[in-house]
Write a protein of this length. Structure first.
Ligand SMILES: [Zn+2]
Length: 285
């Protein structure tokens, strides 16, 4: 993990380990604003320790979307937690279904045989997890002024129905959440792909000086374009396969798909094509 001062008073927590989500810290005269709380309370605590702040100093937490690797550290904070209305709704329903202690234990057990190290680590990570919902919600956008800092939280959808970005107009920093996976395969299993492509076409309009992606290193417009091109080309090509009556297996065997040159590429590459194949097939049925 690396703490990067992206602008005066604005810190990005950039994670190098595969899968870990980035987070942000905005220091204001009224206290800290935290953007996303990572995958667990101990993980989030480590970020706060590295930045030299305590959770009680936080004035506000913002969740960019409901995925567990962005919201499972929420319980550390007693301050208000702001998110899109759909984020709260989705977290509430998961809290009572897939995210109950019993359901989580069962899903870890199911993966234990294939990946015992992951199962062990995950049990430690989520021991004591208390799913903590956003306390304040909005629909389209929320404009804040906290301790003299303007903060705009804007809904885009795409990656998930509730996906938002956090924009700081004075420092021109954009926390893009999982609308951007920088130079890597995106996680798309809750996505509306056409909506995501449309969102990525709008992100350059911010004219950001620094972009903190949900996953990957600090980035800029080339990374937005790379992800947009990947999603667009994969979507269009998969639609062609579906139209020609090809199965998902036939589609994944097509060597002409775009690829990111990263570890575990084959797994994500195929998973994403299969998901798109299913979405497109259903939409045509
Ligand atoms: Zn996500």
């Amino acid at each position: 993990m690396e703490l990067i001062a992206v602008a005066p008073g604005v810190t990005a927590f950039i994670r190098y380990d595969e899968g870990a989500a980035n987070a942000g810290l905005i220091r204001t005269a009224e206290g800290a604003v935290i953007v996303d709380t990572t995958q667990s309370p101990p993980d989030m605590q480590a970020l706060l320790d590295a930045a030299g702040i305590v959770a009680a100093e936080a004035h506000l937490v913002i969740n960019t979307h409901f995925h567990s690797d962005h919201v499972w550290g929420n319980q550390l904070f007693a301050c208000p937690i702001l998110a899109h209305r759909l984020c709260r709704e989705r977290m509430e329903s998961l809290r009572d279904s897939d995210w109950t202690p019993e359901a989580l234990a069962a899903s870890i057990a199911a993966r234990e045989k294939d990946d015992p190290a992951w199962a062990r680590e995950t049990r430690v990570r989520i021991a004591g997890l208390r799913v903590t919902l956003p306390t304040e919600v909005f629909d389209r956008r929320r404009d804040l002024e906290i301790g003299g800092v303007h903060i705009e939280v804007i809904h885009f959808g795409g990656h998930t129905p509730d996906s938002c970005v956090v924009w700081l107009p004075e420092s021109r920093v954009l926390f893009a959440g999982d609308l951007i996976f920088a130079r890597r395969y995106p996680f798309i299993l809750d996505a509306d792909i056409p909506a995501w492509i449309a969102a990525l076409k709008r992100l350059p309009e911010f004219g950001a000086r620094a972009i903190v992606p949900g996953h990957g290193l600090l980035c800029g417009e080339p990374e937005i374009a790379a992800l947009r091109d990947y999603l667009e080309a994969t979507w269009v090509r998969t639609a062609e396969h579906v139209t020609q009556g090809h199965t998902a297996d036939q589609a994944t065997a097509d060597p002409a798909y775009p690829r990111f040159n990263v570890a575990n590429a084959a797994r994500y590459h195929e998973t994403n094509i299969r998901f798109m194949h299913e979405q497109i097939r259903k939409s045509l049925a």
